[in-house]
Design a protein around this ligand. Structure first.
Ligand code: ADP
Ligand code: MG
Length: 483
């Protein structure tokens, strides 16, 4: 079912396109040798170029260009061997040059695709319009001094990729899924850390509404939303606002708005017309950017396996369901951890343990995949004990908890606590006999047709054996003795 919002006049469809600013992972800035590291003492990472001193010349940083090309390749996009930098002119206190160097008419990356997955498992392609390189601005702080504004230029000149989507997104959920997927791809590629709290990934959210089947209507752009949850809220709040305007007989005006998370509403910032004329022109200090095909091909060969491909491979290679594979590839470090556990073992068993007990232990202990509560090798050793029938699956859970607690290897715990699985059919038979004798009334009920009691007998036998009975053998013995 397509997502719609109900108005007085019927259903409304929501149309969204996102412009995402992703800070490039690089040692130095896009056009200067100053450090691109986050934070640091204010104005410590500023060269004369970044500070806009007269006569300073920008020099393109090849690594930033490579990062943009890698990202384009990861988005299955057209790489433009010819691109060009333009000056986007505007005045702002934290933009000392009075212009931002960006790419307007000739971006480095053209059309591409990001495939998103919705909660019901539906896959949907979202078109990428373009990706271009540009400089970030500095930061103005108005709350550090009673009468002055403070400017920190550390961020000025850091490379940004602006990634523009087609207006293919149709709901808050799709907007969220798109951002999550984009962030996942960037992280796999190592081209942006995707840290929205630190502002390395921020989204301008374009929203319009229309009656199903109609042409697009006027959109508004909500600037600089810095969390996925806020993007989803902003889409809904803005769509509801526009529906009300249309239904009251009004006209939505194209403008730039801000999202206020505290009030859950968007507010007008400036009308689009005011900001329109940036007087773009090719930056005379920079030659057009011309890439060699071989260089792009080498970058392509060097790409890591991306989430979609990894997911498909996990399904094929380890025989796990598509859903589980999606959970496991969500983060590259988790995928690597899983593979180390699964390699040479039962892939399904490994997936169940990683997404089940292991994830639970990570949550409970507050540990991360970089410093896991149990190492992949140790978890693998535990699975080996299950597979070679040293312990059963039930006991394995206790062993796992003990591993988390003590860091001891599973085999040691099994010996120490005497948890070895009982496969001696004599011992199992004796336990079954005892349990059936002690529950003569239930046995009678079972024989009278209450089949459900079978599980009860098995449970009682397991309990009598401190959980150590081999489940298959216990089942068999109970069945046999019940006749
Ligand atoms: P501009 O350069 O003025 O910001 P663009 O045409 O580049 O305008 O579009 C910017 C963003 O707005 C893109 O992500 C695009 O998908 C989105 N967009 C365009 N038209 C609509 C619309 N009618 N409703 C929602 N989003 C739209
Ligand atoms: Mg725009």
């Amino acid at each position: 079912m397509a997502y719609t919002l109900a108005g007085r006049s019927g259903a409304w469809e929501v149309v969204v396109g996102l412009e995402v600013h992703a800070q490039v992972i690089s040692v130095s800035k896009l056009f200067s040798g100053a450090s691109a590291a986050y934070g640091g003492e204010p104005n410590a990472h500023v060269s004369f170029v970044d500070a806009g001193f007269p006569g300073m010349l920008p020099v393109i940083n090849q690594e930033c260009v490579a990062q943009a090309v890698r990202t384009g390749l990861g988005l299955k996009a057209q790489i433009n061997l010819f691109s060009r930098f333009d000056r986007k002119n505007y005045f702002y206190a934290d933009l000392p040059n009075g212009y931002q160097i960006s790419q307007f008419a000739h971006p480095i990356v053209g059309k591409g695709i990001v495939e998103i997955e919705l909660a019901d498992g539906t896959l949907k392609p979202i078109g990428i319009t373009r990706l271009h390189l540009e400089q970030d601005a500095g930061k103005s702080m108005h709350d550090q001094h009673p009468t002055k504004s403070i400017i920190d230029l550390n961020r000025a000149g850091v490379a940004l990729m602006e990634i523009v989507s087609e207006p293919d997104i149709r709901s808050p959920e799709e907007a969220g899924a798109y951002l999550r997927k984009l962030r996942q791809i960037l992280r796999y590629l190592g081209t942006c850390d995707g840290n929205m709290e630190e502002g390395s990934l921020r989204a301008d959210v374009n929203v319009s509404v229309r009656k199903p089947g109609e042409a697009f209507r006027t959109r508004c752009e909500i600037k600089n939303v810095n969390s996925i949850r806020f993007v989803m809220h902003a889409v809904e709040a803005e769509a509801l606002r526009q529906i009300e305007i249309w239904e009251d007989g009004g006209e939505v005006e194209q403008e730039t708005r801000l999202y206020d998370p505290a009030r859950g509403e968007t507010r007008s910032m400036r009308s689009k017309e005011d900001a329109h004329d940036y007087r773009y022109f090719p930056d005379p200090d920079l030659l057009p950017l011309v890439l060699e095909e071989d260089w792009v091909a080498a970058l392509k060969r060097g790409l890591p396996e991306l989430p979609d491909e990894k997911r498909a491979r996990f399904c094929a290679e380890y025989g796990i369901p598509f859903y589980d594979a999606g959970v496991l590839v969500a983060e590259q470090e988790v995928a690597d951890f899983y593979e180390e556990v699964a390699r040479g073992r039962d892939g399904k068993l490994a997936a169940n343990w990683v997404t089940g007990d292991f994830f639970a232990a990570m949550n409970r202990t507050g540990k991360s995949i970089a410093d896991p509560p149990v190492s992949a090798a140790a978890l693998g050793a535990l699975l080996d004990l299950i597979t070679d029938k040293t312990i059963n699956g039930r006991i394995a859970k206790d062993v796992f908890e003990e591993m988390v607690e003590t860091g001891k290897p599973p085999a040691e715990i099994v010996v120490e606590k005497g948890l070895r699985q009982v496969t001696d059919t004599g011992a199992i038979d004796a336990a079954v006999t005892r349990v059936l004798a002690a529950n003569a009334d239930k046995v009678a009920e079972y024989k009278a047709g209450k089949d459900k009691l079978f599980g009860f007998f098995v449970g009682q036998v397991m309990k009598a054996m401190q959980g150590k009975g081999n489940p298959a053998l216990v089942n068999e013995a109970v069945k046999k003795q019940l006749g």
